[in-house]
Design a protein around this ligand. Structure first.
Ligand SMILES: *Cc1c(COP(=O)(O)O)cnc(C)c1O
Length: 369
């Protein structure tokens, strides 16, 4: 590791001076957690920024996913995607739910709605799609199927901060949507996450569940967990919110520069733009095809030896990990599009502070020069 190394992402942080008054308030008040002032203010600010009715803050998105499934009493089987970060499917196993993998659409890279109906059984209770790389899943088609079969929809929107579809935040779709504020995401509170819900009663239930099930000092209404976001994270989140639009603009500018540089390289394919989608520049994935000058893994190694750390998100597929691969729906024969994506994608460095010189270094190594 050296100063010259370039990682796939570098977390943005606000200037430390901005945070100092908040830290002094926390130190003076000693209200460190349990839904104190910064927590409440950050929930309101986020709901307003995202344009969604209700936000419940969490310590991280994985606990939020697990709690979302608890909240809607999801059981039996849930239809989901193998092309995601493992936490998506792990949240099902933590609830004793059977994940059923279906293949993805080659453009959205999220669940292919045409594959969902064939995977529905009498035990199916919900669909859990992912807005991969901040690109929208086919929310309309998925909702139609959910309505027809009486299924709930829980979206893993961990990549979706600041991305929009038809003018709405990606967090605005589904019965519940889960966001991640992990250090590697577009918007970070070091660790953190949230559930977006549609009505006050559901938010109330989520808020009980994330605090052990306490409804008041002496009343416990559910076997809840401790999923609360603390005051430090919430104060940081409020400060981060003031910068996030600039961060997203910077990411988009870098994506435009990469697009121009990579457009004419044989065998290197960028993701297709999607209708009515405003991207958040959260990742810069490219497909390395047969016609490229070397294999995807060889490009990954060439970048690495130049001190540039691309990531093969999402390789291996979730369905390849030992706790999933024995399931019938994890069989490779049923997941050819996901397999193809996992074997050909590499995510290149993109983050607000990636300098023009470093962007050029990435471009030069990809070009093979
Ligand atoms: C990052 C991520 C998560 C987990 O988020 P944490 O906040 O780290 O728990 C879940 N799903 C997807 C798709 C992710 O990328």
């Amino acid at each position: 590791m050296s100063d010259r190394d370039i990682y796939v992402t570098r977390p943005f942080l606000p200037p430390l001076e901005e945070l100092m008054p908040d830290l002094e308030r926390i130190w003076t008040r000693r209200d460190l957690t349990n839904g104190a002032a910064f927590h409440r203010e950050f929930e309101r600010a986020l709901a307003s920024y995202l344009g969604v009715p209700f936000v419940s803050l969490f310590a991280n998105a994985t606990i939020a996913l697990i709690t979302a499934l608890q909240c809607l009493r999801i059981s039996g089987e849930v239809i989901t995607t193998p092309y995601s970060f493992v936490a998506t499917a792990h949240s099902l196993l933590w609830n004793g739910i059977e994940p059923v993998f279906v293949d993805i659409d080659p453009v959205s890279l999220s669940i292919d709605p045409a594959r969902i109906e064939a995977a529905i059984t009498p035990r199916t209770t919900a669909i859990m799609p992912v807005h991969v790389y901040g690109r929208p899943a086919d929310v309309e088609a998925i909702q139609r199927i959910a309505d027809t079969y009486g299924l709930r929809t829980i979206y893993d929107a961990a990549h979706g901060f600041g991305a929009r579809y038809r003018g709405q935040s990606l967090a605005a779709f589904g019965d519940l949507a889960i966001m991640s504020f992990h250090a590697t995401k577009v918007f970070n509170t070091f660790e953190g996450g949230a559930i977006v819900s549609r009505d006050a009663q559901t938010k109330q239930r989520i808020d009980y569940l994330k605090n052990f099930g306490f409804a008041d000092e002496v009343t416990v209404v559910a076997a809840g967990i401790n999923g609360k976001m603390n005051e430090f994270q919430a104060a940081l989140g409020l400060r981060q919110l003031a910068h996030v639009d600039d961060c997203i603009d910077r990411r988009r500018e870098i994506a435009v520069r990469y697009d121009a540089a990579f457009g004419s390289i044989r065998g290197l394919e960028r993701l297709e733009a999607m209708d009515e989608h405003e991207p958040n520049g959260s990742y810069y994935p490219v497909f390395v095809r047969e016609a490229f000058r070397c294999s995807r893994d060889e490009l990954y190694r060439q970048l690495k030896s130049a001190g540039i750390y691309g990531r093969r998100y999402f390789y291996p597929l979730i369905s390849d990990f030992p706790m999933y691969r024995g399931r019938p729906s994890a069989a490779p024969a049923g997941l050819p599009v996901a397999r193809q994506a996992a074997d050909s994608v590499i995510c290149l460095p993109i983050y607000p502070e990636l300098s023009p010189d470093d962007q050029q270094r990435v471009i030069d190594v990809v070009r093979g020069g």
